[in-house]
Design a protein around this ligand. Sequence first.
Ligand SMILES: *[C@@H]1O[C@H](CO)[C@@H](O)[C@H](O)[C@H]1NC(C)=O
Ligand SMILES: *[C@@H]1O[C@H](CO)[C@@H](O)[C@H](O)[C@H]1NC(C)=O
Ligand SMILES: *[C@@H]1O[C@H](CO)[C@@H](O)[C@H](O)[C@H]1NC(C)=O
Length: 220
Amino acid sequence: MASATEAINKLLFIFLFLQQYSLLIMADDSVSVPVPADWPQQFHSVLFINRSGDLQKTDLWYDWPNGRNFNIIQHQLGVLKYDLEWDNGTSFYYTLEPFDKTCKIVHFEVGILRPNWLHGANYLGQEHVDNFLCNVWEKVDFISYYEDVLTRRPVKWIFSSSGMVAHVMTFEVGAVLEDKHWQAPVYCFGDAETQNKTSTSLLHSQDAFPGGSSHGILMR
Ligand SMILES: *[C@@H]1O[C@H](CO)[C@@H](O)[C@H](O)[C@H]1NC(C)=O
Ligand SMILES: *[C@@H]1O[C@H](CO)[C@@H](O)[C@H](O)[C@H]1NC(C)=O
Ligand SMILES: *[C@@H]1O[C@H](CO)[C@@H](O)[C@H](O)[C@H]1NC(C)=O
């Protein structure tokens, strides 16, 4: 008799275990909403940007281990602008010859984007964008972000405040711009115009280059 009870108990135990297990799987299924891939520690990307009809090509050099981010912005048939950003909060916005030698320094309270800056974005589902099937997220009042479902590379993003649209043309993971290029010109260190910004959610270069400039996604 004892062994029959034991057998029933064992079966009951197994049954309960399986039930729990399947509940866990179901629960897990229902919460597995896609999350955006972290940005690589270092990459180079060419972006085509449309800001209310003003077109620009931006070279984005993201370099998290060295605490720096560079946007080199070619306005269509226009000025080439440099937006050099350090994680200590200092950004240099300048132009070089043959354009006017200008420089503006802006101090921000926060530095460059963390690789996981998209954490916490709301998932909006899938959409065909620029000929790619994308997962779409939004960070409210800041950005809509489109990531290729297949490769998990970014395809496009849109800034909510300005409507600026960036299309990702290349995405070279691990590419690093040589140190010698991360040097603001000497006239940045004279009596260049300096500003302090206290924003915590920043569109850095949009602030610094009114009417122009890059995605400036420097928020945390
Ligand atoms: C740029 O965006 C504007 C809307 O802001 C649109 O009318 C125009 O067609 C776009 N240009 C290109 C080349 O995509
Ligand atoms: C931040 O770092 C850059 C590059 O090293 C430097 O030029 C700048 O003065 C620094 N800013 C501050 C506030 O220390
Ligand atoms: C910006 O902040 C620095 C350090 O906090 C200060 O020395 C400087 O005077 C400020 N500049 C402006 C333009 O407010």
